[in-house]
Design a binder for this molecule. Structure first.
Ligand SMILES: Nc1nc2c(c(=O)[nH]1)N[C@H]1C(S)=C(S)[C@@H](COP(=O)(O)OP(=O)(O)OC[C@H]3O[C@@H](n4cnc5c(=O)[nH]c(N)nc54)[C@H](O)[C@@H]3O)O[C@H]1N2
Ligand SMILES: Nc1nc2c(c(=O)[nH]1)N[C@H]1C(S)=C(S)[C@@H](COP(=O)(O)OP(=O)(O)OC[C@H]3O[C@@H](n4cnc5c(=O)[nH]c(N)nc54)[C@H](O)[C@@H]3O)O[C@H]1N2
Ligand code: SF4
Ligand SMILES: [Mo]
Length: 697
């Protein structure tokens, strides 16, 4: 028997941990972390379950063209040539009739989006969108409008940190393996962890201090901290003087928001707030107040994230060891980066359909608002959108109100989905172009910035089990047929060589899947790419455009006596909605449940484990098992995202649990007041014991 190890990158979530895929004559047998990249061999449960995905036949196995009505599930299996020719024929006709700008493309962004951006640009459409309006859009704009760099350009130096604060960030369950390792190492060394949430979590269980606040009032909590830092003169005066522009404006802004005031809003004692502020000042600058990740929850999420970064600013943690360190790129390491496909074409001059760049405030580069593009498709304003391609993206699960979305999608003449698993969006599409799992798939090279920037390689460990093709091949073949032959490559090695052109790196250097661009860690220090070169409390481009960078606090609505605010989150065993049917992960956690405070359950006549009917404001309802959980905020009903699958092709996940997106009726227009990311937690639901609701009906 011959054994081999293929060095690659996990694809079970967007973190893309470096992995080893151990193979024998019968194929891939084992997946663990890549021991040569310094991140250890441990993976999260999802990474190890990549083998379950590989072995699963309940995924699209060949190109499919829709036969019946949209969403009906009647397909014609076709060859790749037919699928590509059909897609290109339809695309051409649409672009001839409505112009290239009528093409909308969306995907999970990341290192591989360089090729799809090039594809969309090359065709002449400005409408390349990412998923971020339902994920990190607000926190990204918060980071950008203060520091001139987006959220993922700031790295958290957990290892050297003395006090970490997470707020609405479930660090140990909504996880990145490397980050968890660093946080646990810091905790072992005595670092404090303060966790602010609305429910108990694994992160809260490991925290030095765990605080439960009223859902949606984090901004009040943060304003109380800023007020304490300023009035008690706990700020890092030298850092503020050197690097913070408009400190006086901030001091004026927070004046009404004392810790006592904040306590009245968020329900956390004023003394807890002042104690936390003092402890942070003691540990500064080796402190991290996490800026947030899935920050598209409320109408004031952007302000919450902005105040989180402002706390870091007053404590001087930007650029400091144990604080927030700017990620270094190839240039910082004195090396040349990867050659870009997108740079082959000029950016289209047309305005974007989602309003970014002309109607919206000045945003961080690469920002988009897909929910606005969907609405533009429905209204035809500013112009008709007629073809939609979704790559690695399932908006029907990942944006609110699927029925409202379908009404928007019905305005498109062509819907294409590139995916490796079934999804509601793929099922509703006209053409499904299936991709292999990451175990069977190589990808473009990825430059990962960080203290030690690296170039990472994903290589296939096995031939595809089905008639599937990687996205670089699909986009290249579509491009070739549409007049962009430079995007088509016969082999992945040819594509990699294009990317490496002009560097001193060859394919042979990727023996262990990665090439490091710097031997020593790089800390660029407190560098702010704003117009003033400082942290801008009042962001110059927004102020010039007449958009306020600071907005007064607005108390979030309280649910009625019978209602709960719907709160969503994740579990370590699942990624969004694409792992529930994975045979290995399905066994670990097959269904989601509704968590509520015990006193609320008792008042409703619900015992732990009872099944109840959950009902949205729209009347949409479904049955779900109820858990009475001590430590839940009484206003909150928590459920895991990603369940409630209905597709007949997913025999394991089908019919289990509920999908939170269905309970977000009208959610396509519920947004943050300034940055306009979605407000996914602006929704109230009701619970009734099953038998009572049967009588009601
Ligand atoms: N209601 C509600 N909506 C949410 C959230 C929520 O908690 N509740 N969370 C939000 C957040 S934070 C996010 S990031 C988004 C996630 O939204 P999505 O990115 O749409 O979610 P996924 O399920 O990760 O991926 C969607 C599809 O892409 C495919 N896919 C995933 N990874 C890959 C890959 O590497 N290659 C290829 N080819 N295909 C891939 C899968 O087959 C899956 O069908 O949802 C957001 N929307
Ligand atoms: N295992 C796993 N890990 C993942 C993912 C995954 O799907 N699975 N997805 C990745 C992605 S794309 C993202 S964006 C991140 C998201 O990671 P996070 O940003 O951590 O998001 P969540 O896990 O959705 O929610 C974090 C916590 O916010 C709490 N919360 C809800 N409302 C409030 C509130 O008003 N105030 C406060 N203080 N807390 C509140 C929830 O109870 C939850 O525990 O996770 C990433 N990591
Ligand atoms: S965090 Fe887990 S699922 Fe995500 S890439 Fe790493 S091992 Fe894979
Ligand atoms: Mo996300």
């Amino acid at each position: 028997m011959t054994a081999s190890i293929v060095y690659s990158l996990c694809g079970m979530c967007n973190t893309r941990c470096p992995i080893e895929i151990h193979c024998d004559d019968s194929g891939p047998r084992w997946i663990c972390g890549n021991r040569h990249t310094g991140s250890g061999t441990a993976l999260c449960p999802r990474g190890a379950a990549g083998l379950g995905l590989y072995a699963d036949d309940e995924r699209p196995q060949q190109p499919l063209i829709r036969e019946g009505a949209r969403g009906e599930g009647r397909w014609r299996a076709v060859s790749w040539d037919e699928a590509l020719d059909y897609t290109v024929g339809r695309l051409r006709a649409i672009m001839d009739a409505y112009g290239p700008r009528s093409l909308l493309f969306s995907e999970r962004p990341g290192p591989y989006s360089d090729l799809s951006k090039a594809f969309v640009r090359g065709l002449g459409s400005p409408n390349h969108c990412n998923h971020d309006d339902a994920c990190a859009h607000n926190v990204n704009q918060a980071a950008y409008t203060l520091t001139g760099s987006g959220r993922s350009q700031w790295n958290y130096d957990y290892k050297n940190c003395r006090h970490i604060v997470v707020q609405g960030r479930n660090l140990l369950e909504s996880l990145k393996v490397g980050e968890v390792n660093n946080v646990l190492a810091a905790l072992d060394k005595g670092c404090r962890l303060t966790c602010v949430d609305v429910r108990p979590t694994v992160t809260a269980a490991r925290a030095t201090r765990s605080l439960c606040l009223r859902p949606g009032t984090d901004l009040a909590f943060n304003l109380g901290i800023l007020h304490t830092l300023i009035t008690e003169k706990l700020c890092n005066a030298a850092f503020v003087a050197a690097y913070v522009k408009d400190f006086d404006a901030l001091a004026d802004f927070v004046r009404p928001y004392s810790a006592v005031w904040a306590a009245g809003e968020c329900g956390i004692d004023a003394e807890e707030i002042t104690t936390l502020a003092r402890q942070l000042a003691e540990a500064a600058p080796a402190v991290i107040w996490h800026g947030g990740w899935m920050s598209t929850r409320y109408a004031q999420s952007f302000m919450t994230c902005r105040t989180a970064y402002l706390i870091n600013a007053l404590l001087g943690s930007f650029g400091s060891k144990g604080g927030l360190i700017l990620n270094a790129g190839a240039k910082d390491a004195g090396r040349k980066g990867l050659r870009s496909f997108a740079a082959l074409y000029p950016a289209p001059a047309e305005p974007r359909a989602d309003g970014v760049g002309w109607k919206e405030p000045p945003f961080a580069p690469g920002s988009s608002l897909l929910h606005k593009a969907f609405q533009a498709a429905a209204t035809g304003e500013p112009y008709p959108l007629k073809a939609y391609i979704a790559l690695k993206h399932d908006p029907l699960s990942a944006m609110p109100d699927p029925e409202a979305q379908k009404a928007c999608l019905d305005h498109f003449d062509l819907l294409v989905s590139l995916t490796f698993s079934w999804s509601d969006t793929a099922w509703f599409s006209d053409v499904v172009l299936p991709m292999p799992s990451f175990v069977e798939r190589g990808s473009m090279l990825q430059l990962r910035s960080g203290a030690r920037p690296q170039i990472l390689m994903r290589s296939p460990a096995a031939a595809p089990r089905h008639d599937t093709r990687p996205e670089w091949w699909i986009l290249g073949q579509l491009g070739k047929r549409l007049g962009l032959p430079e995007l088509a490559f016969d082999t992945l090695e040819d594509l990699w060589r294009f990317q490496l052109e002009g560097t001193d790196i060859g394919l042979e250097d990727f023996r262990h899947g990665a090439v490091s661009l710097s031997e020593t860690p790089i800390n660029p220090g407190p560098v702010f790419k704003t117009p003033s070169g400082k942290i801008e409390v009042l962001f110059t481009p927004w102020e010039e455009a007449g958009i306020p960078s600071l907005r007064p606090y607005v108390s979030p609505a309280r649910p009625g006596p019978e209602e709960f605010r719907l709160i969503v989150g994740r579990h370590a065993c699942h990624t969004h909605s694409h792992t529930q049917n994975n045979p290995l992960l399905h066994d670990k956690l097959p269904v989601n449940e509704a968590w509520i405070a015990p006193e609320r359950g008792q008042a409703l006549g619900l015992a732990d484990g009872d099944t109840a009917v959950m009902r949205a404001a729209s009347g949409y309802s479904g049955q779900i098992r109820v858990r009475l959980v001590s430590g839940m905020h009484p206003e909150a009903l928590f459920m895991l995202h990603g369940f409630g699958h209905t597709l007949p092709v997913e025999s394991r996940a089908r019919g289990l649990g509920l999908g939170d997106q269905h309970f977000m009726s009208g959610g396509l227009t519920q947004e943050d007041e300034l940055a306009h990311g979605l407000a996914l937690q602006a929704h109230f639901v009701r619970l009734t014991p099953c038998d009572t609701s049967a009588k009601d009906n």
